[in-house]
Design a protein around this ligand. Structure first.
Ligand code: FAD
Length: 265
C-alpha cells in the first residue's frame, strides 16, 4: 500500500478506492488525524490529575488516546509513564492507571477466548433469556432517528467521527439492550464498523458488561444521570421531552425493564 501522500484528502481518496465496499457503506472520513505526531501532541495535553473527578462528564479530562493505543502508535506503558511523571506519583493518577489496566485485562481475555468473545459469557441477569432479545440493530438507532435527542446525537457522533465518550457508549449500549431489548452482539458489530478504537476485546466485553452477560447486574441509567453528565445539552431541545423513557427513578426503571426485582446501578 502507498504510504506517502501530499495531503489528507489525497490519502482519503486513495483509501476510498482501495476499500470500496467500506466506502460504499459510508464514504466519510473521520476528522481525527492519525499518526505518531498527532498521538504525541495529544499525549502532551493529557491532564491525568483531573481524570478521576471529571471522567464521567462528556467534557471531562478524558484523553481521546484510544485510537492511537488501539493501533499500536502509543503503548499503555508509554501513556502510564507519562501520566505518572506529570503527577509525580502513581497514586495521584490511580484511577487513570486503572482504566489503562482494563484495556490490558480485556486483551488478555480475548487472547484466551478468541472468537468466543462473541458468545454470551454468562446468562443475562435481567430475568430475560437470550431469545427474548432481538437479533438485529433497529434502523432508527442505526440512522439516529429514534426521536430521543441524546441517543440520536450519539448515533450521529459515532458515525461521523468514529469516536464516542465512554459514558455515551454506556448509555447507547444500555438503551439498545435494555430499553429496546436487542442482543448486545448487534450493537457490538455496529460499534466495530465505526469506532476508530474499535477492537473486539474492549468493545465486546464492555457490551457484555452493560448487558450483564459478563457482570453481576445490568448497567442502566436514568434521565437525571444523563442531565448531570451532559449538562442537559440534549434534553433541553429533545422532541421526546414530555415522553422521555429515561425519566424515572432507578427502582421504577428496573421494574419496567427487567423481569427481576430492583437492580439499582
Ligand atoms: C459499549 C462500549 C464499547 C467500547 N468499545 C471500545 C473499543 O472498541 N475500543 C476501546 O479501546 N475501548 C472501548 N470502550 C472503552 C472506553 O469507552 C474507551 O476506551 C474510551 O472511551 C476511549 O476514550 P479515551 O481515550 O478518551 O479514554 P480515557 O478515559 O482517556 O482512558 C485512557 C485509555 O484507557 C483505556 N480505557 C479507558 N476506559 C476503558 C474501558 N472502560 N475499557 C477498556 N479500556 C479503557 C483506553 O485505551 C483509553 O484510551 C468501550 C466502552 C463501552 C461502554
Amino acid at each position: 500500500m502507498r504510504r506517502d501522500f501530499d495531503s489528507r484528502d489525497e490519502l482519503a481518496a486513495y483509501l476510498r478506492r482501495e476499500f470500496s465496499s467500506a466506502a460504499a457503506r459510508d464514504p466519510r472520513t473521520s476528522p481525527w488525524p492519525g499518526g505518531l505526531a498527532e498521538a504525541n501532541q495529544r499525549l502532551a495535553r493529557i491532564e491525568p490529575q483531573s481524570y478521576a473527578a471529571t471522567r464521567n462528564h462528556l467534557d471531562g479530562a478524558v484523553t481521546c488516546l484510544s485510537p492511537y493505543i488501539r493501533h499500536g502508535i502509543l503503548t499503555l506503558e508509554t501513556v502510564r509513564t507519562h501520566a505518572v511523571a506529570l503527577a509525580g506519583s502513581p497514586t495521584a493518577v490511580r484511577k487513570f492507571i486503572s482504566e489503562l489496566a482494563w484495556r490490558d485485562y480485556w486483551q488478555r481475555l480475548y487472547f484466551r477466548w478468541g472468537s468466543d468473545i462473541w458468545l454470551d459469557r454468562e446468562e443475562y441477569k435481567t430475568g430475560w433469556i437470550r431469545d427474548d432479545y432481538l437479533p438485529g440493530l433497529p434502523d432508527d438507532i442505526r440512522t439516529g432517528t429514534t426521536g430521543l435527542a441524546c441517543m440520536d446525537a450519539f448515533s450521529h457522533e459515532l458515525r461521523s467521527t468514529g469516536h464516542l465518550h465512554n459514558h455515551a457508549r454506556m448509555w447507547l449500549a444500555a438503551y439498545l439492550v435494555h430499553w429496546r431489548r436487542v442482543q448486545w452482539q448487534a450493537g457490538a458489530r455496529w460499534f466495530l464498523l465505526h469506532l476508530l478504537d474499535g477492537d473486539p476485546a474492549s468493545n465486546n466485553l464492555s457490551w457484555q458488561w452493560v448487558a450483564s452477560t459478563f457482570s453481576q447486574k445490568p448497567y442502566f441509567f436514568n434521565r437525571e444521570n444523563v442531565v448531570k453528565f451532559t449538562d442537559g445539552r440534549h434534553c433541553q431541545a429533545c422532541p421526546s421531552q414530555s415522553n422521555c423513557p429515561f425519566d424515572a427513578s432507578y427502582d421504577q426503571l428496573a421494574g419496567r425493564l427487567f423481569r427481576i426485582g430492583t437492580a439499582t446501578p
